[in-house]
Design a protein around this ligand. Structure first.
Ligand code: HAM
Length: 426
């Protein structure tokens, strides 16, 4: 038997109702904050991720699904393509490709869709997972660099989590500085790593040479006490970055938005500058980051575009749905009515009636004239329908139907004209 690939999964009803609920709420909130949807391809040139997320990150060095596309001609070499491991790179590529800076103001874009990382699968961690994300970017003159953008984005996230009824989340906040502070910090980090790096894992030994900041992504338990003793970026911010971060915090305080500072939060992607954040959720266990994001003021230029500071986030939709699952009882809409055609020639009448009811936005399930009435009523109960409507020859002649409330067993005769009102009014 052929099965779904490890780390991928089928989402089945009724769980998909929860996914739709989350996505509809996200679209509503994005609309209120004047964000618009962008859809980019699920595969891109491999170089896009190498140059944005960074060669030395776990994502690019270990987790990407990359392949060489078939060459088109004899002389041509196949292009290296990659299934997107995240979507900020694709959005910034599209921003540059379509000269979106020529549009007025800052661009406020959101996306929903699958991402792919070849991680070790476990609860809350998949190889195909789903993100709901947003990016705000634009020319500095449009206000894209302002701490007000950071605060607005974070406040929007809280509004979304609130609307979904998710509580128990925590915002961890840091500033990872800009290129200028990063260079000074890296020098300090290299110095601090020198006497200890030989006791660290092989990955850290490599990172210490190529990209020391990535040492903070290490998950090896034995390395953690060493990492805890390393200098932290928060102590190396230059005046501009310090000021920016202070303003973000002041705005959040003004909004009475709770957060905790985490000077070691560097996030596992190279493009971040200044504000970096993660929301964690208490109910999620080991994979407790429900979303992450931050600024990427130099990313557009790194990809050959104009200066276009930006900030964004991505929610792990799989994890968000997990956090909601316990409290999701009432989301799946059960059928309002099950129509039971009884006797030969009744399927057509039943279908007509179903169409009438569905036009009034009722959820209707249709039986079959070959079923015995007993079987129809059993099915109606099993699928959780509120009413069964019996459609037989006598009912058609009288133009009234037997409406049976399944929870009580009570049955009344209702005319065609009254049927919708009777079902909706109950
Ligand atoms: P990220 O932290 O790599 O950031 O991913 C964001 C979220 O996606 C995580 O917090 C987590 O909830 C979810 N996630 C990541 N990997 C997996 C996985 N294997 N299985 C299930 N969920 C996962 C980014 O992707 C950035 N592009 C966010 C961003 C947007 N920064 C600025 N703009």
């Amino acid at each position: 038997m052929i099965k779904a690939i490890r780390g991928t999964r089928d989402l089945l009803p009724p769980e998909t109702a929860l996914w739709n609920f989350v996505e509809a709420a996200a679209r509503d909130v994005f609309r209120d904050y004047n964000f618009h949807e962008i859809r980019t391809p699920v595969f891109e040139d491999t170089q896009l991720f190498a140059r944005s997320v960074g060669e030395e990150t776990d994502i690019v060095s270990k987790e990407m699904y990359t392949w060489e596309d078939r060459a088109r001609g004899q002389s041509e070499k196949g292009q290296s393509l990659t299934l997107r491991p995240e979507n900020t790179a694709g959005v910034v590529r599209a921003y540059i490709e379509h000269k979106m800076w020529e549009r007025p103001g800052v661009q406020k874009l959101y996306y929903l869709g699958p991402q792919f990382r070849r991680e070790r699968p476990q609860k809350g961690r998949y190889r195909q997972f789903y993100q709901i994300g947003a990016e705000v970017m634009g020319p500095p003159a449009a206000g894209s660099e302002s701490p007000a953008r950071d605060a607005e984005l974070l406040e929007m996230l809280a509004a979304l989590l609130d609307r979904l009824g998710v509580d128990g989340w925590k915002l961890e906040l840091n500033s990872v500085g800009c290129q200028h502070d990063r260079a000074i910090f890296e020098a300090a980090l290299r110095k601090a790593l020198k006497p200890v790096v030989s006791r660290m894992c092989a990955d850290c030994q490599r990172r210490a040479v190529t990209n020391p900041l990535r040492v903070f992504d290490c998950k090896v338990p034995e390395d953690q006490p060493i990492i805890a003793g390393l200098p932290q970026i928060a102590d190396y911010l230059d005046e501009g970055c310090r000021q920016h971060f202070a303003e973000v915090q002041a705005l959040l305080n003004e909004l009475e938005f709770p957060f905790v500072l985490n000077g070691r939060l560097v996030r596992g992607l190279d493009y971040y500058t200044r504000t970096a954040f993660e929301f964690t959720h208490e109910a999620l266990g080991a994979q407790n980051a429900i979303l992450g994001g931050g600024r990427y003021d130099g990313l557009s230029e790194a990809l050959g575009g104009p200066k276009a500071p930006g900030i964004g986030f991505a929610i792990g939709e799989d994890r968000l749905v997990m956090a909601l699952e316990e409290s999701s009882g009432g989301i799946v809409k059960k059928p309002d009515a099950y129509i039971a055609p009884v006797g030969a020639g009744m399927n057509g009448h039943a279908a007509r009636l179903a169409r009438e009811l569905r036009r009034h936005d009722l959820v209707v399930e249709l039986g079959d004239e070959s079923f015995r009435l007993k079987k129809s009523l059993e099915t109606a109960s099993r699928i959780g329908a509120r009413f069964a409507i019996i459609v037989g020859e006598n009912e058609i002649k009288a133009d009234q139907f037997a409406l049976k409330e399944l929870s009580t067993g009570q049955q009344v005769a209702v005319s065609r004209a009254e049927l919708v009102g009777k079902i909706q009014g109950s």
